[in-house]
Write a new protein. Sequence first.
Length: 394
Amino acid sequence: MLIYVQLMLPATETVFWICFFIIFYTYAGYPLLLQLLVVVKSTISTSRVPNTLYVPVTLIVAAYNEEDIIEEKINNCLSLSYPADLITFIFVTDGSDDDTASILKKYPRIIHLHQNERRGKLAAMNRAMQAVKTDLVIFTDANTLLNQESVAKLVSHYSDNKVGAVSGEKKIMSSDDGVAKGEGLYWKYESWIKRLDSRLYTIVGAAGELFSLRTKLYTTLPENIIIEDFVQSLLISARGFIVRYEPGAYTIEKASKHLKDELERKTRIAAGGFQAMIYLKKLFNITRYPVLSFQYISHRVLRWTLSPVALVVMFGASVILAVSGSGLFLYLTVIQAIFYGSAICGWLLVRQHRRAGVFYLPFYFVFMNFCVFAGFWRFLANGQTATWKKADRN
């Protein structure tokens, strides 16, 4: 038995370093490689600067039971810095049984669509698209506020015929709460990668909080698709169009009030990620989509598949190697144990609605990867519907 263990140690060490490489590449290596590729690209070609463009556009808002914030959202939309005669507003309140629909009736400038049955956001979007008469359409969530120049910033990119869609940036309102801090930091990191993705070729998945596209490129997706914004934008890229990222157009959103709501939201997204990978399986064909596949696998697929598993396997491998007497792996095991211990401390503090301090970063990193496992299980059990319970916001 001892001889067998000794023979397995080199293989265990190889597994450890493979896992380490996967994790490093997913979270740091890919962004750094992107940065290098963007620098190289900028030396051999010049990027096109978006031109000011004012054309008719339709803004769609899907709102379900949003009576508390719908008036603020309406006023935010009506005050956008874009010619009033060039922008049409469509609000869909399907399934709402509060005062959301009655509040909207006070605003004749807004086209209001309502039916009693709730079939989910995607069904509402599909229905709203039937009323769109403009070449460009913008989707935004009811619980977010847009900056004044957002529409103009998004539209400016369509002066380039290669651009099929443009995504805005998502910002989380600052707070000392552990969930808000973690979510805010994550979106700053994510926005950095999206900027690089866009400068290299195209972004991998638009943010549904603020997402625009050419109306003719909209795909009427099956109503069971969970993360429709992600799938919709990648289908546009697969058709040969570019999806740009515009940080000058952004939404401001509050973080989830309760940890359980954030757990539910991220689990839902992870379940949708696995569903999307099957629906978009053609994007794994790197010979057909060389750059897009590279970006898609590096930025998204690894986060939802190999990277969370690698975290578990790497820790197990380092423990085995440390027990075998390796000083290096004893050191590496202790570092990992401290990191996961810090994550547990952060979790306990966040649960008690206390400041997590230095613990919030390890907590949120582990929390995100835990949600991937939870989402995978829900996907296997077919337990995630396209509709979901709204999260309470701070």
